[in-house]
Design a protein around this ligand. Sequence first.
Ligand SMILES: NC(=O)c1ccc[n+]([C@@H]2O[C@H](COP(=O)([O-])OP(=O)(O)OC[C@H]3O[C@@H](n4cnc5c(N)ncnc54)[C@H](OP(=O)(O)O)[C@@H]3O)[C@@H](O)[C@H]2O)c1
Length: 258
Amino acid sequence: MTGDKRLAIVTGASRGIGRATALRLAEDFGGLVLVARNEEGLASAADAIRAAGAQALPLAIDLSQPQAAEIIVARTLERFGRIDALVNVAGAVPQTDLFAMSDEEWADGLALKFHGARRLALNAWDALRQAGGSIVFMSGSSALAPKAALAAVGTINAAISALAKAFAERGVTDGVQVNAVLPGPVMTDRRRSMLEKYAVSKGLSFDAAIGAFARETGIARYGEPEDIAELIAFIVSSRARWMTGATLRMDGGEIKAV
Ligand SMILES: NC(=O)c1ccc[n+]([C@@H]2O[C@H](COP(=O)([O-])OP(=O)(O)OC[C@H]3O[C@@H](n4cnc5c(N)ncnc54)[C@H](OP(=O)(O)O)[C@@H]3O)[C@@H](O)[C@H]2O)c1
């Protein structure tokens, strides 16, 4: 039991990095609002959070829908009356080649990961301002090295890094801390689906592709969702209070440039 009254919203909390983040934040926050579409995944995360002594409100909702953010913030304030942290993790940007990607796929990628997070930040802003709260946006190391084969992934992540900077500037006057996290390859369902495509493109088995991609990327190991969760827990803690407008890369050494 944390005994803390602070409340954090975590999107993408049904699995992967979002779930690990919500579970880690249950050590520091008194309440967690868990957002994703899959009810079973959310219920299982909520059970784990309650077992850790924090309160949990699972909200099964499609974040790419324009009205989702307003509903999430209203339900959160109705139940908890405050928002201290907003952690935008949800994302499912299509993994399509630049020359094959349709306008619809671009719109889908932006609707969830970019506009979903942007609208949540806007709707939660007043409550975050009152709490002196913190926002984390999920970008990715691909923002620093976009690839043609995954055109929208790097491009939308770069847009999110820029969006976080813009919110951070307003946050300086409003007392809201805003940062972006840039993970490298983290072993989740999403990464496994990327590795399956990589295996096909290289004519490798899935197991062989895991090793080959790590060697090609120049990392000693894949990240675990808990690695990123620990970084986020630090960012939203009082220990990192002076850090704002930062883009924090945790990638096992993937990006070699300074
Ligand atoms: N894994 C990596 O290597 C890596 C690297 C860099 C950045 N990232 C970023 O980190 C974030 C999490 O990635 P992950 O690897 O943990 O992915 P994941 O395992 O596929 O999880 C994605 C999460 O987003 C939720 N989500 C997807 N579509 C949604 C929608 N329309 N509305 C609400 N929630 C939705 C999913 O829940 P439901 O399906 O239940 O809706 C799930 O909880 C993503 O933004 C990703 O781009 C990942």
